[in-house]
Design a protein around this ligand. Structure first.
Ligand code: FMN
Length: 197
């Protein structure tokens, strides 16, 4: 009888421990999902994209990271009528990689990263290439968004996809806030606008 009771107790304890191990596994799985967060990365020279990025981060409950140029852009740097201005020179040279202050160190904890920028000459500024090339973005979903005077984010997304085909790019949209004029027309239904709703 004593032997029988000991066996029952052992079986019960085994059952309980297996059950709690399974529960721990479930909890781990859930925690894994919870810790995979969304990040909004942005570059902004004059504040428009910064404003959009901050609103998006709030709405999407995401973290925010600013790509800061080592040397900030002055008004003269941004003069597109001057072919010798810094932005003209950079955008005329597909190999230009303006230096960034600091580095995004914790990319590993994000599985979705929104990448936002002002459109320059219909595409993304080359400082975005600097960011992409110095960050490990493999396996992440990268959603492009932009602010502009009217151009869409389509060419920028195509160009990034062509330059980095090993990365998983998704086209987001224009993110002017509030959506006005062409921004609203172009915005349409896409991930970025849905995130803003
Ligand atoms: C050098 C330069 C080139 C630009 N090229 C375009 C363009 O091709 N198409 C467009 O719609 N807007 C263009 N813009 C306007 C910017 O995309 C727009 O003002 C943007 O919202 C600025 O964002 P930021 O304040 O975050 O820097 C250009 C601006 C600059 C300074």
């Amino acid at each position: 009888m004593r032997q029988f009771l000991l066996s029952v107790m052992a079986l019960t304890l085994f059952g309980l421990s297996a059950c709690s191990q399974n529960k721990n596994k479930e909890e781990l799985k859930m925690n894994d999902k919870e810790t995979k967060k969304t990040l909004i990365v942005y570059f902004s020279a004059t504040g428009t994209t910064a404003e959009a990025a901050k609103r998006l981060a709030k709405t999407a409950n995401a973290d925010l990271y600013e790509i800061q140029p080592e040397k900030p852009y002055t008004d003269a740097d941004l003069n597109w009528n001057d072919e010798k201005s810094r932005s003209s020179v950079e955008m005329n040279d597909p190999k230009s990689r303006p230096a960034i202050k600091g580095k995004l160190e914790n990319a590993a904890q994000y599985d979705t990263i929104y990448v936002g920028f002002p459109i320059r000459w219909y595409t993304a500024p080359t400082i975005i290439n600097t960011f992409v090339e110095q960050t490990d973005l493999k396996g992440k979903t990268l959603i492009t968004f932009a602010t502009s005077g009217g151009s869409t984010v389509a060419k920028a997304s195509r160009d990034l996809k062509a330059a980095y085909p090993e990365l998983r790019w998704k086209e987001g949209g224009l993110a002017q806030w509030p959506f006005t004029g062409r921004g609203r027309e172009i915005g349409g239904k896409n991930e970025i606008n849905d995130s803003f709703r």
